[in-house]
Design a protein around this ligand. Structure first.
Ligand code: TRP
Ligand code: ZN
Length: 883
């Protein structure tokens, strides 16, 4: 519908004027409908007269016809909530423009024009945190994916690359620091206060635009690139946060060096700026030369950040920095190609962190995340391929599938090619597509040509959703071991039938007598079924398969627990040792939850797990960091995945019962481990970090086994803590226990860190995610706490995301937990739709739950869906979840 600029009542048609507005479904955008934009925008000039309440934006676009487009008589510019104050073409004010569903339509007849548009926006009123918004008195932007259209009218799509010049002016008191992309070119004073102009020489899509204005200070440093160019580095924060930026700066310098060495990628501007903001929808954003970060991924010191927080910062700093090549220099043609930059960049940050902190532990962490978040996504109503085919709101596709499964898919190419040939593939990709907006297909072709892979069938990983299942069986007869592999790819929404995909499996056959194998091999299962025979095994060998998690699949096999104990002890692939422990425990829990075990069988199975865990706890060849991984019980969500319909209460009960039994049975060993680890220093070296990890792991088991004694031990760990890791670990255990220590330490923690937003987030999240039976009451009370606000995404997530993981809270049999999350979504949707929509997936699990909970969950989704005026974001997630 065309809406004229001056809306007039349609005279003589009263019915039409009175007709109720038809609630219209947000349109479905399809990948196959891609068409290039009809215009090129070689140059963009933006002028910002900055103010918190009102910012006036003057955008001047040089446009020319795109030879690859159609000869249209107009240009259609995206806009979201904007009204132009003035539009001029080639210097002439023009009144013949129209607004069509928020888009500005300007008639254009020639080959090339200059369009000038003036808009006014209100950053202080921008609670969505998309576009230009105010945070803590400063101004900042978030434009990915479609936020730029909330700042000015523009072809807000990633395949329109333009060179930006940005002038900002404003009150020097409120905004002493003015930053934008690229390099600073000029600054000065004028009537409005002061101003600065920045120029970014690299053409970029609008989603990479950024501006920051505020009262900030910087930690500054320098980096000399491999070719000897000097780069000024700065991390901008509020003055009181400056001494918590050291780790972020170190991480940045390590990332820059690593990308030169491992991927041959050099930085390409004179400056690299990072700004930390407290109000942010996600982790961070890779705007060219001006990354904007959630404070959570910048600020750290030992007192306020855990070892996990340090790792998170290192990983996210690397991730955003690496986007400079995988995302910025080579960007995406359209948003269906999102995994082109995200999957690849996640792989790059994973490999970086592996090199910084050790391969095995990092790999285990990544697989744990994939299994507990991506696998459930892939088996639920929101399942989609890493390259989706359609969306209504692209914000809903920044998913674990696009990011983490996307990384796994590229990792498989690397596994098949080997690191050297993989590097030749990425070199070719960057060389071929530098300065372009590329597709996943372009990446695949560069891999075929550069790495020498045939990826014809492998392309299915981009188009088929669902986690493949590989059934494995090993027969032994005479001296031959026969391995049979059989794959199925489960049906997913809109994809009932699947084709077999190439699945690269690293495997080894262990000789029981010697505890060794003859060498690892890579088997690529590219058919439904495949049989491989191995001779020379007088005795039945033990199979170690999907080593290093070479493929993102679910392995199904019936294996003797005794063989898993063998692998947990002897496998020389660290991931495989972890995997054997997990398989042992998951197998046991699935059987007990199913009610299929006699008491005798249960105690035999527990005995095997107990022995394996005892070996892990006491094996002095293991370093503590790896020991901590091996000690971790499989996540509730991963165990639930093993059931067609799960009973969260029953799974939780069995998991806790096993934990308690292990805590009691191994009390002596665990106590000794805790004591030994408590003697370690509070430093940041691997040994000290490993000690902290096992300390809290030991406490978790001990607390399940003997809550009283463990509460005392946890309180002591809390009191003695010199690091947030120890303090948070102890408090985490205490929040799950009844008793006075819980209350005392929660009060102490709050008082100690009051006013430190990131630490208070932990305080919320520890209580909201706890195993305490009254967690629902706690969360309700916390929602009314003066420090709680729906306006800050970190705070919202710290209370409610943590809660969605609680079996006794979220999954309470009464349905109250589901209702609380539905209420949250309804309250948050008008404030911050992209954050609100992220709470829908936990409610989308209903089909995989036992019938009572399933009905309660579904009813909440329906209640949300019935709300008039839902955002596109929430609407899409709810309809897909019900569908
Ligand atoms: N591209 C960013 C990253 O992966 C993430 C991102 C996408 C984002 N959309 C966002 C961040 C919206 C904040 C808000 O690094
Ligand atoms: Zn990213």
């Amino acid at each position: 519908m065309d809406i004229a600029r001056t809306p007039s009542t349609p005279d003589g048609n009263p019915e039409m004027a009175d007709a109720p507005p038809t609630p219209k479904e947000p349109p479905l955008i399809r990948r196959e409908d891609y068409r290039p934009f009809d215009w090129l925008v070689p140059k963009t000039h933006l002028d910002f007269a900055l103010g918190l309440e009102t910012t006036r934006v003057t955008a001047t676009l040089k446009v020319e016809r795109n030879p690859a487009g159609l000869p249209t008589p107009e240009i259609r510019l995206d806009g979201d909530g904007l009204t132009p104050l003035e539009v001029a073409v080639d210097g002439q004010v023009l009144n013949s423009w129209t607004l069509d569903d928020g888009k500005l339509v300007v008639p254009l007849s020639g080959e090339a024009h200059e369009i000038r548009m003036v808009t006014e926006i209100s950053p202080a009123a921008n609670s969505q945190l998309m576009g230009l918004y105010a945070s803590n008195g400063m101004l900042c932007t978030q434009c990915e994916a479609e936020g730029f259209r909330r700042i000015t009218f523009f072809p807000d799509r990633p395949d329109v690359l333009s060179t930006y010049t940005v002038r900002m002016s404003g009150d020097p008191e409120a905004f002493p620091v003015l930053l934008s992309n690229g390099n600073p070119v000029a600054s000065g004073e004028d009537a409005g206060g002061h101003w600065a102009e920045w120029h970014d020489p690299w053409p970029k899509p609008s989603y990479l635009f950024a501006l920051v204005a505020g009262d900030l200070v910087a930690r500054k440093d320098r980096f000399t690139t491999i070719t000897g160019r000097e780069v000024d580095l700065a991390i901008w924060v509020r003055a009181e946060d400056l001494d918590r930026t050291g780790h972020a700066m170190e991480s940045l310098k390590h990332s820059m060096k690593w990308d030169e060495e491992v991927f041959g990628r050099e930085y390409d501007l004179d400056q690299f700026n990072i700004v930390a903001v407290g109000d942010f929808n996600m982790g961070a954003m890779e705007n060219k030369g001006l990354n904007v970060f959630n404070t959570k991924y910048v600020l750290a010191d030992a007192e306020t950040a855990t070892d996990g927080d340090y790792d998170g910062i290192e990983g996210v700093i690397a991730h955003e920095y690496f986007h400079n090549w995988s995302g910025n220099r080579v960007t995406c043609r359209d948003w269906f190609q999102l995994s082109l930059k995200e999957g690849f960049t996640v792989l790059r940050d994973q490999l970086f962190s592996q090199d910084m902190r050790g391969e095995a532990v990092k790999r285990i962490e990544d697989v744990r995340l994939l299994r507990s978040v991506q696998f459930p996504e892939d088996s639920g109503p929101l399942a989609h391929p890493i390259r989706p085919d359609s969306f209504r709101e692209i914000g809903n596709f920044y998913t674990s599938t696009v990011y983490n499964k996307g990384a796994e898919v590229i990792r498989m190419m690397r596994t098949m090619a080997g690191p050297e040939r993989f590097r030749q593939g990425t070199d070719l990709y960057f060389e071929r597509h530098d300065g372009e907006a590329a597709t996943c297909e372009d990446f695949i072709r560069a891999m075929e040509d550069g790495a020498g892979l045939d990826l014809a069938q492998f392309r299915l990983w981009y188009s088929q959703a669902g986690t493949p299942k590989v059934e494995v069986s090993l027969e032994h007869e005479g001296d031959t071991a026969t391995l049979t592999l059989r794959q199925t790819v489960p049906p997913t929404p809109d994809q009932p039938d699947k084709q077999p995909m190439p699945i690269p499996l690293r495997l080894a056959l262990f000789d029981r007598a010697t505890g060794t194998h003859r060498g690892e091999e890579l088997v690529v299962l590219d058919q439904v079924e495949s049989v491989v025979r191995y001779g020379g095994f007088a005795e039945r060998p033990v199979l170690s398969i999907n080593r290093g998690f070479s493929a993102p699949v679910a392995i199904e096999r019936s294996i003797d627990p005794e063989e898993l104990v063998f692998l947990a002890k002897h496998d020389d692939d660290a991931f495989a040792r972890y995997e054997a422990m997990q398989e042992l425990i998951v197998g046991h829990l699935v059987t007990t939850v199913g009610g299929g075990l006699s008491d005798a069988a249960r105690s035999e199975a527990r005995g095997a797990i107990g022995e394996a865990l005892r070996a892990v706890v006491t094996d002095d060849r293991l370093d503590d960091s790896m020991r901590g991984e091996l000690m971790m019980l499989p996540a509730q969500s991963y165990i639930s995945e093993q059931f067609l319909v799960a009973d969260p209460g029953a799974i939780h009960a069995e998991r806790e019962a096993l934990k308690a039994w292990l805590g009691q049975t191994l009390e002596a060993e665990l106590t000794a481990l805790h004591r030994r680890a408590s003697g370690q220093s509070s430093g940041m070296d691997p040994a000290a970090r490993g000690a902290r990890k096992v300390k809290t792991q030991a406490l978790v088991f001990l607390a399940a086994g003997n809550p009283q004694a463990a509460a005392t031990l946890a309180a002591a760990q809390y009191d003695a803590a010199e690091t947030m890791t120890d303090r948070q670990g102890a408090l985490m255990v205490l929040t799950g226990l009844p008793g006075p220590e819980r209350t005392h330490k929660l009060i102490d923690f709050y008082n100690r860190f009051q006013g430190d937003a990131l630490v208070i987030d932990k305080w919320f999240s520890l209580q909201a995610g706890s195993l305490h039976p009254n967690v629902i009451e706690h969360v309700k009370a916390l929602a009314g706490h003066p420090d709680f606000t729906l306006k800050n995404p970190n705070r919202v997530r710290s209370l409610y995301m943590a809660f969605t993981g609680t079996p006794l809270g979220f999954h309470a049999e009464s349905g109250e937990g589901y209702r609380m999350i539905a209420d949250l979504i309804l309250a948050l949707d008008p404030i911050n739709p992209s954050t609100a929509a992220r709470f829908v997936p936990p409610l989308g699990r209903w089909r995989r739950l036992e019938p009572k909970r399933a009905a309660l969950m579904r009813a909440e989704l329906e209640r949300i869906g019935a709300q008039p005026g839902l955002s596109r974001d929430t609407f899409e997630q709810v309809t897909r979840s019900l569908g």
